[in-house]
Design a protein around this ligand. Structure first.
Ligand code: HEC
Length: 102
């Protein structure tokens, strides 16, 4: 899944998100599995418009970033691969993953 997630990230996400902690257009992905629960990440990837309309955390990010993340047409199974890729990224950079409790 990590191996499948990488090319999807490269093609559809890397223009706006880096893998370190630095914001470009959107937040850097370092630590994303430690600050957000897996289902929240999945929803953000597959249902970004609903999240930006209804989820307070997503709305706070929009206020910070001032750009609306566009829907990337990612399937649920591709989103699962990306989630695994994020877990691997956090494991490699921080030696810590899946710490989010809310
Ligand atoms: C055109 C720029 C853009 C692209 C492309 C993009 N995003 Fe985003 N993303 C954003 C912005 C901006 C935000 C912050 C919320 C907002 O302002 O809409 C965000 C927020 C997020 C978050 C929440 C991050 C956090 O720290 O909680 C996740 C997860 C995410 N994006 C995943 C993805 C994935 C996965 C892809 C590729 C499939 C992707 N994004 C493609 C701009 C983008």
């Amino acid at each position: 899944m990590v191996v499948r997630g990488k090319p999807i990230y490269d093609m559809k996400c890397s223009a706006c998100h880096k893998l370190d902690g630095k914001r470009v257009v959107g937040p850097g992905f370092e630590g994303v599995t430690n600050r957000r629960r897996p289902e929240w990440v999945m929803n953000m990837i597959t249902n970004v418009n609903v999240m930006l309309d209804e989820d307070p955390t997503a709305q706070a990010l929009l206020e910070e970033c001032l750009t609306r993340m566009p829907n990337q047409n990612v399937s649920v199974s591709e989103a699962r691969d990306i989630l695994e890729f994020f877990r691997n990224n956090d494991e490699e950079r921080l030696k810590l993953r899946d710490q989010a409790v809310k």
